[in-house]
Every structure is written in C-alpha cells, then in structure tokens.
Design a protein around this ligand. Structure first.
Ligand code: NDP
Length: 447
C-alpha cells in the first residue's frame, strides 16, 4: 500500500488512534499514498513531522442539540464542527445534516476540504461540520427550530475571520437562512459568517449553481486535454438529484450533452430522451419530493428501485453527485466495459479507492472530488470577498471567475500528475498541488 517507511508508520499510528473511523482512514490513506512521493523528495519534512501534523485536526467540537418537534416532543441530536487546518486562511467548509453523520464522516470531509480549498488558490483553511439530524419529512418550523438550536451552540466557535460554514447534504438555502438569522440575533452582528446565503442578505449570484457548473467546467477541460474531445454529443449519467446533481445536469446539457439518468437514495430514473430538468427542479426544489415522481410525469421514462443500478447504464461520462462510496470496483468495471471515457466526482469521495485506481489504470479521465467539485467552495470564497467589500458581482462575473478557477485547478493538478509520469493520475496530482501550499504555510508559521 505504501512505498515509504515514513508513510507506513504515520498510517499505522493513525489507525491506532482512530480505530472505528473507516471513512476518515480511507481519505487519509488516499492522501498519504499520494503525498509520499512529495515527502520523499523533501526529507526535512519527515524530521518536522509534517504528515502527522497535517493529518491531526487543529480542533474538533461535538455538542448537544435539543429542539422540540411540532407535537411538542423533545428531540436530541449531536452537532459537530471540525476546524482542520487554518494555515492559509480561516476555516471554511459545509455543514451536513444527515442521519449517517458521525465523527468519522466529519473528519474525512474536513481533511479533504483542506486540500480542496488550497486548490482553489483562494485564502481559505479547511473545516466541516453537521449533525445526525434527518431533515427528511420535517416541517419548515421543525427545520427552523433545529437550525436555531444548532447555531445556539455553534456560534461561539465561528466568525467571518475565524470559521465560515456553508451548505452540504441536507443544508441548502432555507437552512442557511435560519442559521444566519440565529447567528445575527445572538451576536448582534450582520457579517459574512456563512456562505450560500439568500440573495437579499449577502448571498452571491451563481453560488447555487457553482458546484455542478464547476464540475462540468473541470470535466470539459480535462476531456479537452486528455482525450481531445468535450461534452458535445455525449451521453451522461449523474447520480443524486440534489443541488450538485441538478446544476451538473443543467451545465452538461448547455454544453451539448444528453443526461439520461438521475437518482436518490431509493432508486434511479432513466430517460433515454434526455432528462427534463424543469420537471426535476419542480419535484426536488419546489415540492421536496422523491425522484420516482419523475417517471410518473414524463412519458417513456423508467424508474428502478435501488440507486446502485444507475452505473449499469451505458454512458460516455459519469458524474457521481450523491454521497461517499456510492461507486465501487464492480461499478467501475461495469462503466469501463460499457465504454465510459470520463468519471468526474461531484460528491465527496463517491468512488472507493479501488474504483478510483481502476479508472486511472484504464486511462479514464478521472476527476477526483477535491479538484472537480471545488467550484462550490470557490464561489463561497467569492461570496466572502463580496461581503467584505460590501458589493455584489453579476452572475456573469461570478460564473467567469468560477470557470477560470476550475480550469486552473485542472491545470495545476495535471502539471503535478505529469511529474509523476502518469498524465491520468489527477488524484495524486490534485493531492500534491493542494498540499504544497498548505505545507509551506505550516512550515513558515512554525509549530
Ligand atoms: P443534497 O442534499 O442537495 O442532495 C444529495 C443527493 O444525494 C440527494 O439526491 C440524496 O438522495 C442523494 N443521496 C444522499 N445520500 C445517499 C445515499 N446514501 N445513497 C444514494 N443517494 C444518496 O446535497 P448536495 O447535492 O449538496 O451534495 C451532494 C454531494 O456533493 C455530497 O457528497 C456533498 O458533500 C458534495 N458537495 C456538495 C457541495 C455543494 O456546494 N452543495 C460542494 C462540494 C461537494 P436522498 O434525497 O434520497 O437522500
């Protein structure tokens, strides 16, 4: 697994300290495998224990969130915030509300976020947070009371120059609004403490679209460079049907591709004529319904139970945009057998490490999450700039900056991949490109 004794030792210590944290260890292993080449070339880094210091979060907070449901019953959830690394800027990263959230998930997301934020070239450190609260089936007032209670604990740890949370799974514009309102009430302060805000109170145009659009900008650039082609005329399969999936579908379609499938955690829809996005937006954004509804409303569309089946649909480009480990080695083999040429990750760590390696070995254009989905946090960084300057840019201005950032992320990751001798190894390339800046800042700042 590792080529150097140093990485092996660091990983063994990490396993001993974080025994039951499978997702965190998976992310750490992937990063360590990439970074050992870099560290080998810079032996003083081992003396300064840079990998050990990098992998240990600066702060990890867990707190109790008590709230009352509409029937007056008391409910108790667990809240988290990891402040992973602040070497290059204030902590920055989303909040996830999903029943699967635990310390391992938050730490894996926080660690990934450090490198992702560095890749954007904006001054943002890495953090992540969330709760095991399940927003599904909750009323608006229940969501509001939960968000208020969550922020009543979180507010003391964050601030516009300290830590700036945003959305993630289960946290969209509605939740950010309630969280912002409570922060403002407690602190008596109107500041850019959260991103993904509504447009009437400091939000940035194009933030909603940013992760999905950015994913397609990245994938298009990678296809251009590595396969001398683009989205035009391609068949695309996208998993999930949330924020990232919806706007990836929109941009892929604008770039001339046909998106034929979307999913949620229950199943997937297949529409050979191309997904009608207005129908999806109505179901998911307005009605907050299930994706199976699509097949009831669109003629000839099919619904299949079980979300994994989506990877058996033949396609040129696959964009996993749902959740971690949703695409394993078997799925990767099926996609490659069916002729896929690009797999770019909209979700965080959607491919298992074996699946990612399989794509790279088979010279598939593989866009790792921390590079390919960095458009969301990059645009959050642009929202922070607009808030600090008390101004707002047009949609076109933000979109143009987003596109530039995504193309640069590809170029920087690609340049490092070339140094490893494998132009398709954007995974190693992105890890090294992101790490270099953080590592230099950590060294410059001492212990
Ligand atoms: P949303 O909550 O808007 O949507 C999540 C989607 O993924 C839903 O369709 C959901 O279906 C599906 N999903 C969740 N868990 C599972 C599961 N276990 N199996 C199958 N499908 C599942 O979240 P986002 O679109 O914001 O986030 C999606 C991914 O993108 C996450 O990995 C997130 O970390 C990542 N990401 C998001 C960014 C953003 O700006 N929003 C930025 C960068 C990365 P269901 O309704 O059934 O749960």
């Amino acid at each position: 697994m590792f080529k150097t004794k140093y990485a092996e030792k660091v990983y063994a210590e990490l396993v001993a300290k974080n025994k039951n944290e499978a997702e965190f260890l998976q992310a750490a292993q992937e990063i360590l495998e990439s970074l050992e080449i870099y560290v080998e070339k810079n032996p003083e880094l081992e003396k300064k224990k840079i990998l050990e210091r990098f992998l240990e979060p600066e702060r990890f907070v867990q707190f109790k969130v008590v709230w009352t449901d509409d029937k007056g019953n008391y409910q108790i959830n667990r809240g988290y915030r990891v402040q992973y690394n602040s070497a290059i800027g204030p902590y920055k990263g989303g909040l996830r509300f999903h029943p699967s959230v635990n310390a391992s998930i938050i730490k894996f997301l926080g660690l990934e976020q450090v490198l992702k934020n560095s890749l954007t070239s904006l001054p943002m450190g890495g953090g992540k947070g969330g709760s095991d609260f399940d927003p599904k089936g909750k009323s608006d007032t229940e969501i509001m009371r939960f968000c208020q209670s969550f922020m009543t604990e979180l507010y003391r740890h964050i601030g516009p120059d300290t830590d700036v949370p945003a959305g993630d799974i289960g946290v969209g514009g509605r939740e950010i609004g309630y969280l912002f309102g409570q922060y403002k009430r407690i602190r008596n302060e109107f500041s850019g403490v959260l991103t993904g805000k509504g447009l009437t109170f400091g939000g940035s145009l194009a933030r909603t679209e940013a992760t999905g659009y950015g994913l397609c900008y990245f994938a298009n650039e990678a296809l251009n460079t590595l396969k001398k082609t683009d989205f035009k005329g391609k068949t695309v399969v996208i998993s999930g049907s949330g924020n990232v999936a919806i706007y990836a579908t929109e941009k892929a379609t604008q770039l001339g591709a046909k998106v034929v499938a979307l999913s949620d955690s229950n199943g997937y829809v297949y529409d050979k004529n191309g997904i009608q996005l207005d129908v999806v937006k109505q179901i998911k954004e307005v009605e907050r319904g299930r994706i199976c509804e699509y097949a009831k409303r669109v003629k000839n569309a099919e619904y299949h139970e079980g979300s994994k089946g989506i990877w058996s649909i033949p396609c040129d480009i696959a964009l996993p945009c749902a959740t971690q480990n949703e695409l394993d080695l078997e799925d990767a083999k099926t996609l490659v057998k069916n002729g896929v040429i690009a797999v770019c990750e909209g979700a965080n760590m959607p491919s298992t490490l074996e699946a990612a390696k399989y794509f790279i070995q088979n010279k598939i254009v593989f866009g790792p999450a921390k590079a390919a989905n960095a458009g969301g946090v990059a645009t959050s960084g642009l929202e922070m700039t607009q808030n600090s300057n008390r101004l707002s840019w047009t949609f076109e201005e933000v979109d143009a900056k987003l596109k530039d950032i995504m193309i640069n992320i590809f170029k920087n990751s690609y340049a490092k991949a070339l140094e490893t001798g494998n132009a398709f190894d954007l995974l190693t390339g992105a890890n090294i490109a992101g790490f270099e800046k953080v590592c230099n800042a950590m060294l410059a700042q001492g212990i």
